[in-house]
Design a protein. Structure first.
Length: 72
């Protein structure tokens, strides 16, 4: 099962909040924000008022790419 399928099944939606994304990575929301600001974590997002929502498909693709990088 792909990361997208696992995350979609877990959250039953196509976006993640910053807190959900950070929790999946095992880091704090602030660390996630810093990584994005420094271009260390490039995930597509949409703005909803004062909140940023991360696209689940983009997030899952990033996790899969990281897994492949670590496995090599």
């Amino acid at each position: 099962m792909s990361y997208f399928e696992l995350l979609h099944k877990k959250y039953n939606k196509i976006t993640l909040t910053a807190i959900e994304a950070a929790n999946e990575l095992g880091i704090s929301k602030r660390t996630l924000e810093r990584m994005i600001k420094n271009n260390e974590f490039q995930v597509k997002s949409i703005d909803r008022g004062h909140r940023k929502l991360y696209l689940l498909k983009s997030f899952a693709m990033h996790l899969e790419a990281f897994e492949m990088m670590v496995a090599s």
